[in-house]
Design a protein around this ligand. Structure first.
Ligand code: RFL
Ligand code: PHB
Length: 389
């Protein structure tokens, strides 16, 4: 098979890129290791910046997002005793939208056939070849048969564990990494959220987040040591812990219900510099990871894809090499600022095992300063809604 752009991975970055290229009349094929059901079973992000909702609008795949997405004009930090509301709307004129990554992915998957976006699911052993030459290719197996796609460009949208980043030889790249000594234990349940807006709390028992997917579906997280296993957390224990953290500070208190999903995610900051090698371009989690504090991961994937699709479209329109050459620099400038914000908010809101009483007092003092300072609140709000493209 031949195509113009072969995309590895049908997560949010691969799907968004595929649709943007198809909208511009560029041929592309997405190759995904998992099945559609598996892709939709991954519970991840929940907060979309206007950059991300803007891309869905540009594609005209935003009817359900507009009908069901919840506009959030503010969110809260908490120091264990009080809520510090960040009035995002008043401070920036913008808002964020609560709409699950699963729903966004479903909308993009559903719209694929009518727009001629081909997605090959269940592709095994995907490998990238001839990235330095003019005709890079992908090989993979499907239902036991060997398959091959010859392309003009390859987009590596295959997340942190995919093969694309690993296809770039070490001398051409540099890794920057910070692994955090804790993870997030998350629970999703069909119960009303405890509070109308998100709460990121740093209390005496560590970090916790009260989030949501809809007026009837809640998403909560608590910080846990990396040694903790899901079996250590029967549902009642987790609900008790959440009630202890959020009942005193939330409007409605925590409502309990059967878990739809419970999982533990490790926290990491990571940037892989280079995002281009020959005819391969990386986008999304394939090139960088942020800790989920601040909700930047999916939104960064969307901004990478906005830049990359513009560069590829310019290239196919007028042969521009300059647009392709500029992708990495433009994308990395935004990525590093989102890395900084996620790292800073993680440091402010979590208990680090190596920290003592002094560091904890520093956190409390900083939260107190945020509560009093419009300048601090503006800086946080500006980053939370997403820096401009
Ligand atoms: P994905 O979503 O990992 O998709 C990559 C796709 O590539 C496929 N793949 C392969 N395909 C073919 N061959 C192979 N060998 C392959 N290996 C992998 C995978 O199956 C998959 O379908 O990366 P993408 O598209 O770059 O999207 C990134 C986002 O998923 C990620 O940044 C966010 O989920 C991060 N994140 C959050 N981001 C936000 O913006 N807001 C949030 O509120 C937020 N909350 C979160 C999060 C991530 C979390 N976890 C579990 C890591 C909360 C959590 C708990
Ligand atoms: C979520 O709802 O899953 C969520 C919200 C905000 C974050 C991270 C995750 O910062």
């Amino acid at each position: 098979m031949r195509t113009q752009v072969a995309i590895v991975g049908a997560g949010p970055s691969g799907l968004l890129l595929g649709h943007l290229l198809r909208q511009a009349g560029i041929e592309c094929v997405i190759v995904e290791r998992q099945s559609p059901d598996y892709v939709l079973s991954r519970i991840r992000a929940g907060v979309l910046e206007t950059v991300t909702t803007g891309l869905m609008a540009r594609l005209g795949i935003d009817a359900r997002l507009n009908a069901e997405g919840m506009i959030e004009e503010g969110f809260n930090l908490a120091d264990g005793e009080r809520l510090i509301r960040i009035d995002v709307k008043a401070l920036t004129g913008k808002h964020v939208t609560v709409y699950g990554q699963t729903e966004l992915t479903r909308d993009l998957m559903d719209a694929a056939p009518e727009r001629g976006l081909e997605i090959v699911y269940g592709a095994g052993d995907v490998a990238l070849h001839d990235l330095d030459g003019d005709t890079p290719s992908l090989t993979f197996t499907r239902d036991g048969a060997a398959c091959r796609i010859d392309a003009e460009f390859i987009a590596g949208c295959d997340g942190f564990h995919g093969p694309s980043r690993k296809a770039i030889p070490p001398p051409h790249a540099r890794e920057y990494e910070r692994v955090y000594p804790f993870g997030w234990l998350g629970i999703l349940a069909d119960v009303p959220p405890c509070h109308p807006e998100l709460i990121y709390a740093n209390g005496p028992r560590g970090f916790a987040l009260a989030s949501m997917r809809s007026p009837t579906r809640s998403r909560y997280y608590i910080q846990v040591p990396l040694s903790e296993r899901i079996e250590d957390w029967p549902e009642e224990r987790l609900w008790d812990e959440l009630a202890r953290r959020f009942d005193p500070i939330s409007e409605r208190g925590v409502t309990r219900g059967p878990a739809l999903e419970i999982s533990i995610a490790p926290l990491r900051s990571y940037v892989f510099e280079t995002m281009r090698h020959g005819r391969l371009f990386l986008a999304g989690d394939a090139a960088h990871i942020v800790p989920p504090t601040g909700a930047k991961g999916l939104n960064l994937a969307a901004s990478d894809v906005a830049y990359l699709s513009d560069a590829l479209i310019a290239h196919y329109r007028d042969g521009s090499e300059a647009a392709l050459a500029g992708y990495e620099r433009t994308a990395l400038a935004r990525i590093w600022k989102a890395e900084r914000f996620s790292w800073q908010l993680t440091k402010l809101m979590h208990h680090f095992p190596e920290d003592g009483a002094f560091e904890h007092r520093m956190q409390i003092a900083e939260l107190d300063y945020v509560a009093q300072s419009k300048a601090m609140q503006t800086a946080i709000a500006e980053n939370y809604v997403g820096l401009p493209l």
